[in-house]
Write a protein that binds this ligand. Structure first.
Ligand code: ARG
Length: 460
């Protein structure tokens, strides 16, 4: 304790120490200092242009704020423990340094529209950073997918072997998810990119300010249209955390696959030593902790989303101090997402695919049963009967403990009397995916077509 409160006028008692500690947000909102100062410089510049403050007052405010920013950047700024949030800390420091002129900065402004502005400035940067991270991961996925066009592995449904697919098709499935994630963040940016300053506490201000000029200085294409909405709206943070949560969902699914694939039961991937960890007791272990932690941290981000939505639920108009609880989940979701994307990109970049193991597993366990059933359809057999014939053939193989490849023509003819040698081609795991040449299918032609479309879209 304690500097004098900037709002001390109507108070006769000091703030209880417990209240001071309980209401403070400075320990987490200080990371907004750059945005707070940027907004204040624009506000002061506008006030001077409007003749509300003099040019001299404006220059002394701007240089005072810049000096404070330099100190904060270097980590030498001394925070006055009596100031509850970043807005108060900066304003109080400014006043103590430049005096009278500093007292004019808060003209026509409230902390309510100030924090709304800071959050929007912060989110614009954060979203841009997230889009960069997603973009890097998307590039790695495309590169690896192009290397694996001829790699065949079993595709699964219900985690049971289903049909052979191309590894590139599998990798590009995640690429589709991250494309949509990126799109969501871009559209979130558009709604965040709105200038709320001038809403003041809730009703606007009688001071002759110029909102459009502030928006221009800060690069906002639009002004918020309703002051009451502007000071209580937290849709931007909520949308951002949802977009982060869904991106984490996609990452967690990918991680789960890779964790399974790195077991010796699957043996489909070998993660790089540099992206795995060892066991303190079992010398043979190499653990996929990076992927497990990304999967685990997905839960945190869901929690962040729940926290914020719950804070917002049923809040009366307009600003309520509950809204201060928006920042920690927002920052946590952003930090978790960025670090997860970053480390996951490295994991995907460096892991080795074991093509031989993938092929071996694709060749076992009747993954081409649908190929045979669809072939029977081309021979005039209704699909349901074809399904039944192949199902009985699989049952026979299981009884005889053999794969399709171990069957003789005579055995096959017990189930389909018109069978000739060509049925054996249907059991080829290498050839199977190419029969699925529908757009969006796993045939080489379809996969190469999609790669071409992705590359064309990336160029724009
Ligand atoms: N620290 C506050 C927040 O994060 C700033 C706005 C405070 N406004 C107020 N009227 N107490 O929401």
């Amino acid at each position: 304790m304690t500097g004098t409160k900037l709002w001390s006028g109507r108070f006769t008692e000091e703030t209880d120490a417990r209240v001071e500690e309980f209401t403070a947000s400075i320990h987490f909102d200080r990371r907004l200092y750059r945005y707070d100062i940027k907004g204040s410089i624009a506000h002061a510049t506008m006030l001077a242009r409007q003749g509300v403050i003099t040019d001299d007052e404006c220059s002394s405010i701007v240089s005072g704020l810049r000096a404070i920013q330099d100190e904060m950047e270097q980590g030498v700024f001394v925070f006055d423990s009596g100031q509850e949030d970043i807005h108060m800390a900066i304003e109080a420091a400014l006043i103590s340094r430049i005096g009278h002129a500093g007292e004019k900065l808060h003209t026509g402004r409230s902390r309510n529209d100030q924090i709304a502005l800071d959050l929007r400035l912060y989110l614009r940067d954060e979203i841009t950073g997230v889009i960069d991270c997603i973009g890097r991961l998307k590039q790695v996925l495309l590169r690896r997918a192009k290397e694996e066009v001829d790699t065949i592995l079993p595709g699964y449904t219900h985690l049971q072997k289903a049909q052979p697919v191309r590894l590139s098709h599998y990798l590009l499935a995640y690429r589709e998810m991250f494309d949509r994630d990126e799109e969501r963040f871009r559209s979130c940016f558009e709604r965040v990119n709105v200038m709320p300053l001038g809403s003041a506490a809730l009703a606007g201000t009688s001071i002759p300010i110029d909102r459009a000029y502030v928006a221009e200085l800060l690069g906002f294409p639009r002004l918020s249209a309703n002051s009451m909405d502007a000071v209580s709206d937290r849709d931007g943070p909520a949308e951002f955390i949802f977009d982060a949560a869904l991106t984490m969902t996609h990452l967690s699914r990918f991680c789960e696959d890779l964790i399974l694939w790195s077991t010796d039961h699957f043996g489909f991937v070998e993660m790089a030593d540099s992206f795995t960890t060892g066991s303190s007791i079992m010398p043979q272990k190499k653990n996929p902790d990076t992927a497990e932690l990304v999967r685990g941290k997905t839960g945190r981000v869901y929690g962040d989303l729940m926290s914020l939505l719950t804070v917002l639920k049923g809040l009366p108009m307009t600003y309520n101090r509950d809204l201060q609880e928006d920042k920690e989940p927002l920052f946590d979701a952003a930090d978790t997402l960025v670090s997860s994307l970053d480390v996951f990109e490295g994991l995907v970049e460096t892991m080795a695919f074991r093509r031989d193991r993938m092929f071996e597993e694709a060749a076992r366990g009747f993954a081409t049963a649908t190929d045979l059933a669809e072939y029977l359809v081309t021979q005039g057999i209704p699909f349901r009967s074809a399904h039944n014939i192949v199902g009985r053939l699989v049952g026979y193989c299981l009884e005889q403990e053999k794969d399709f490849s171990g069957l003789s023509l005579e055995e096959i003819r017990q189930f389909y009397s018109d069978a000739d040698e060509t049925v054996f081609e249907l059991f080829s795991v290498q050839a199977s995916p190419d029969r699925r040449s529908v757009p969006g299918g796993t045939a080489k032609s379809a996969v190469l077509q999609r790669i071409k479309e992705i590359e064309e879209a990336d160029e724009h």
